[in-house]
Write a protein that binds this ligand. Structure first.
Ligand SMILES: [Ca+2]
Length: 136
């Protein structure tokens, strides 16, 4: 998938792994890196692509994480991850009281595009199994 003149993406659904495993996968497979969602244009293009190709159910790692400083999410390029709407998912309790992700605290330090929630962003444990989108 070619997203612009300068950025190409690899959407990988045949394999998956932890956040660190998939970061290595991107590096080894294409000298690339995990997807950096720092643009709404890129984000919407990817969602269109996933929908058009029947990949709506898959969850994917992005490069966003707060592993260095809890609660402060950064991309690998050092820029802060955009918070709030329209990037992040929300979670409601049984009283229909809703909060926006990220909600995982110290247990959840890596950012996925959540296939169970229409590919909105969500923080999860970095050790979970996810598919991956690489960029270069
Ligand atoms: Ca966290």
């Amino acid at each position: 998938m070619k997203i612009s003149a300068t950025v190409a993406l690899l959407v990988e659904v045949l394999t998956g792994g932890t956040w660190e495993e998939m970061a290595k996968f991107c590096d080894g497979m294409s000298q690339g890196s995990l997807l950096c969602l720092d643009s709404l244009t890129v984000y919407s293009s990817i969602i269109e692509y996933l929908t058009a190709n029947g990949l709506s159910e898959y969850s994917f790692w992005t490069d966003g994480n707060d592993r260095v400083l809890e609660g402060h999410f950064f991309h690998n390029n050092g820029y802060a991850v955009y918070m709030g709407t329209p990037y992040w998912a929300y979670t409601c309790n049984s009283q229909q009281e809703c909060q926006q992700e990220p909600l995982g605290g110290v247990q959840e330090n890596c950012v996925e595009m959540d296939g169970g929630r229409f590919h909105y962003l969500n923080d999860v444990s970095c050790n979970e199994f996810k598919h991956v989108i690489c960029q270069r």
